[in-house]
Design a binder for this molecule. Structure first.
Ligand SMILES: O=P(O)(O)OC[C@H]1O[C@](O)(COP(=O)(O)O)[C@@H](O)[C@@H]1O
Length: 421
């Protein structure tokens, strides 16, 4: 017996060949064997057609209503996007973070969006070249170093959730007007524009940041005199990386990607220029345990400690690696080199050397945030002898050697550097 559905929703007898058509129109393709045991009922012209199972036939009964609901949800899903804001809200609802931290991270995202457009248009808006001043590290500040620093400070201080800001471009930590801060008092350490030596060549650069809770040992007291206040700021800023409440970076490259962690794994959000929102693109990133890519500025090789030279030499010996030595990749921008290492595996290193025993990179706003992310992704961050996150800073702009990346690669490096100590 065969069926067809007419506009009047009543069943009429038809030829065998249309049997399957009828089924597929009404029922899902996978349930395409229909038997005479189906019951078709419809209450009125406007009510949906319902086909119910008369007995144990293989096809699942579905209501047209359900279908349209499914279609609706599918359409909704298609347009539903998971943004950084949605992610923060979800974490807040779960109690993983509090509203204050969510607001601080949102204000950092706002700063990064602004810097992304400034970097993109640097050549057009005469923002390439030097600013004509040096920062506390004795580096010639790029115009975009100065502008990015202002952007970060503005976004963070106007968030109403920060108490102290420590920047690569500021000699001393900046106390946000704590008297009027009505909640939060988070401490943010940041490198507003890392790898800025690459700016004028249009090569990838980034911003790096770490957020700390206020130190219980040294509460900030707005009534103290300026010197006392500065002391309190420095003490509050100089916290070990293991106490980070959140850390991240934003890569300004072929796309703008914000990668961060609040202690529940590493997530990446790509800026969609069409809607100006960071959209979730990298969920719970895990750094590969091994990776045959090393990222060192080998130009300094002869200045390095012998143990590091031995280590680099071992990576290049084909015999040691079944005829396939490690590949060398070095952009000269920590954010770019770290981002590749996070996704592909391998190791990034900036060792100390005969000139600078502790290398070039700053603990608070470069090494600690990157090591925090590496550990959250299953990797490691080492000074060669110590876990970076255990190092207690003695000064705001303190430098430490950095070796960060895949767990097995950093352990292999340490097998050389720990031996020589
Ligand atoms: O040119 P070098 O000595 O290899 O140093 C490059 C490293 O220095 C940095 O540019 C330091 O950062 P800044 O640009 O913030 O000073 C890193 O991004 C990069 O990995």
């Amino acid at each position: 017996m065969a069926f067809s559905v007419s506009h009047q929703h009543k069943l009429v007898k038809t030829s065998a060949s249309t049997k399957s058509n009828v089924c597929s129109q009404i029922l899902r393709p996978s349930a395409c064997h229909v038997s005479k045991h189906l019951q078709v009922s419809c209450i009125s012209e406007n009510s949906p057609l319902t086909i119910t199972r008369r007995s144990s036939v293989s096809c699942k009964a579905v209501t047209v209503e359900k279908q349209s609901a499914q279609a609706q949800t599918k359409q909704q899903n298609e347009y539903e996007i998971f943004t950084l804001t949605t992610w923060l809200f979800k974490l807040e609802k779960q109690g993983t973070i509090n509203n204050e931290l969510a607001v601080v991270i949102s204000s950092i995202a706002l700063a990064c969006k602004q810097i992304a457009s400034l970097v993109n248009r640097a050549g057009i808006s005469n923002l390439t070249g030097v600013a004509g001043a040096q920062n506390v590290q004795g580096e010639d500040q790029k115009k975009l170093d100065v502008v990015s620093n202002e952007v970060f400070k503005n976004c963070l201080s106007t968030s109403g959730r920060t108490g102290i800001l420590a920047s690569e471009e500021e000699d001393f930590p900046v106390a946000v007007d704590i008297a009027d801060a009505y909640s939060g008092n988070y401490i943010v350490c940041f490198d507003p524009l890392d790898g800025s030596s690459n700016i004028d060549a249009g090569i990838s650069v980034g911003s790096i940041w770490g957020v700390y809770e206020p130190s219980e040992e040294c509460p900030m007291d707005a009534h103290d005199d300026a010197n006392k206040l500065m002391e309190q700021c420095v003490v509050n800023v100089c916290q070990p990386g293991k106490d980070l409440a959140a850390a991240g970076y934003c890569l300004y490259s072929s796309s703008t990607i914000m990668v961060l962690s609040v202690g529940t794994g590493v997530f990446g959000f790509t800026l969609d220029p069409m809607i100006g929102e960071f959209v979730l693109t990298h969920k719970d990133v895990k750094i590969p345990e091994v990776g045959k890519i090393y990222s060192f500025n080998e130009g300094n090789n002869d200045l390095w400690d012998e143990s590091v030279q031995e280590y680099i030499k071992s990576l290049k010996s084909p015999e040691k690696w079944d005829g396939k030595p490690y590949s060398s990749r070095y952009i000269g921008s920590l954010v770019g080199d770290f981002h590749r290492t996070l996704l592909y595996g391998g190791i990034y290193g900036y060792p100390g050397d005969k000139k600078n025993k502790n290398g070039k990179l700053r603990l608070l706003y470069e090494c600690a945030p990157m090591s925090y992310l590496a550990e959250q992704a299953g990797g490691l961050g080492s000074t060669g002898t110590t876990r970076v996150l255990d190092v207690v800073p003695e000064a705001v702009h303190q430098r430490v050697p950095l070796f960060v990346g895949s767990k097995k690669e950093v352990e292999y490096l340490e097998s050389f550097t720990k031996k020589s100590k």
